[in-house]
Design a protein around this ligand. Structure first.
Ligand code: GMP
Length: 234
């Protein structure tokens, strides 16, 4: 039992997939896990544990943004002793060779979030990085599953509606996509010496206006989940 998760110790697996949307946690658990059991209802931030190919796996919703994912990641790591945390979310495409429905993996993140400044003080810009072992495994499983992935720097922003940020500059410096949680996940994982990875599907593109149907979105979402689950149990 912790502040925002009501599971008993032992009800959450060592490996946890983290979608932002709690209804996606339900979708993933019901579609991909055997015998999923819902262990959390607090704030409707559903969490499930079941098995995938015989391995115990949990799926926990995190909500949107760094403050929200920080609460769930902290409690999973510190109270439930989770060892591998894989965010499975959506992102907005930035570079023009990143397309809607692509799978993107954050090798590292760039952020405007106050968490960096507050943790290290002015002038020191910590670089939140993916766990290299998980990153390598995810790349390997994507290849094996024949799912193309783009791996690189992902911009993790605090404000969804941001009129000030210079996105063109971020693109010039190689940022592939934008989302809102992964810097905090990588930082917390580093702090507590556990493994973390962020895998996303591109749900929208900030410049090309590409669109996608619900069916196509589901297909690319499922591709991302397959990569994450194979990586989680490897
Ligand atoms: O809609 C916002 C949520 O989806 C956040 O949890 C983000 O991680 C993710 N997301 C998907 N597309 C975008 C986008 O274009 N911009 C931002 N800031 N977040 C996005």
């Amino acid at each position: 039992m912790s502040n925002h998760i009501e599971a008993k110790i032992g009800e959450v697996a060592d490996v946890v997939l983290l979608p932002g949307d709690p209804l996606r946690a339900k979708y993933i658990a019901e579609k991909f896990l055997e015998n999923p059991v819902c262990y959390n209802h607090i704030r409707n931030m559903f969490g499930y544990t079941g098995t995938y190919k015989g391995h115990k796996v949990s799926i926990q919703g995190t909500g949107m943004g760094i403050p929200s994912i920080s609460i769930y990641a902290h409690e999973l790591i510190c109270d439930y002793h989770a060892k591998k945390l894989i965010r499975v979310g959506t992102c907005g495409g930035l570079k023009d060779d990143v397309h809607v429905r692509d799978v993107v993996i954050a090798q590292g993140t760039t952020t405007d979030s106050g968490i960096i400044v507050r943790t290290f003080g002015d002038g020191l810009h910590y670089a939140p990085l993916a766990d290299f072992e998980l990153l390598g495994k995810a790349y390997h499983h994507a290849k094996k599953l024949n799912i193309p992935v783009k791996i690189g720097n992902v911009y993790c922003q605090d404000r969804f509606y941001d009129e000030e940020v210079d996105l063109q500059k971020l693109i010039q410096y190689g940022c592939l996509a934008v989302e809102m949680e992964t810097s905090a996940l990588y930082m917390l994982a580093a702090r507590y010496n556990v493994q973390a990875l962020g895998v996303f599907t591109v749900s929208n593109h900030l410049f090309t206006g590409e669109e996608t149907t619900a069916k196509e979105r589901e297909q690319s979402f499922d591709n991302m989940i397959k990569i994450a689950l194979e990586t989680a149990i490897d």
